[in-house]
Design a protein around this ligand. Structure first.
Ligand SMILES: [Cu+2]
Length: 168
């Protein structure tokens, strides 16, 4: 019964993904559309966001990412600095992707940090990203470049942070 289930699962995966046959099996898929924040001229860093779903029953880790537009890519998270009251980025060695779960990389939280950019990233273009997992598998994606949206949740968050920055 379990084998039948797995066969059906693999069959549906092969059906859903035309590139399936050309890559080592990857336990992780991107949910929705990934995106990379656009950059003004001469800005050398930006961030990539996406939701990653671990479709297997084994815990996975995102351990690295690469992009041809970036000389150095790191995995980052945001932590709340108790002393300053500000959110600060921290480098992390990996991003945990628990079995069967979806993990969101989003502004103010986990993200893929693209540094040493060798080009400006204009909205309407796409950034190739290679995601590397702890089992050695990789996932190649194209992430559209978007402006950080003004208004809505993230803007509100920013204002909230500014509120905490007042000094006496
Ligand atoms: Cu960062």
């Amino acid at each position: 019964m379990k084998n039948l289930f797995i066969s059906l699962l693999l069959a549906s995966l092969a059906f859903a993904s035309p590139v399936f046959a050309h890559h080592a099996v990857c336990d992780v898929e991107v949910v929705g559309e990934p995106w990379v924040r656009s950059t003004p001229p001469n800005m050398k860093i930006t961030a990539g966001y996406m939701s990653l779903r671990n479709i297997s029953d084994t815990d996975r880790r995102l351990v690295a990412a690469h992009s041809p537009v970036s000389g150095r890519v790191e995995l980052h998270t945001h932590v709340h600095d108790m002393q300053t009251g500000m959110m600060q980025m921290r480098h992390v060695e990996h991003i945990d992707l628990p079995a069967g779960q979806t993990v969101a990389l989003e502004p103010g939280g986990l993200h893929i940090m693209l540094m040493d950019l060798n080009t400006d990233l204009q909205p309407g273009t796409d950034v190739p990203l290679t995601l590397e997992f702890d089992d050695g598998s990789t996932l190649e994606i194209m992430a559209p470049v978007r402006r950080m949206t003004m208004g809505g949740h993230h803007q509100g968050h920013g204002q909230h942070q500014q509120h905490n920055h007042h000094r006496h």
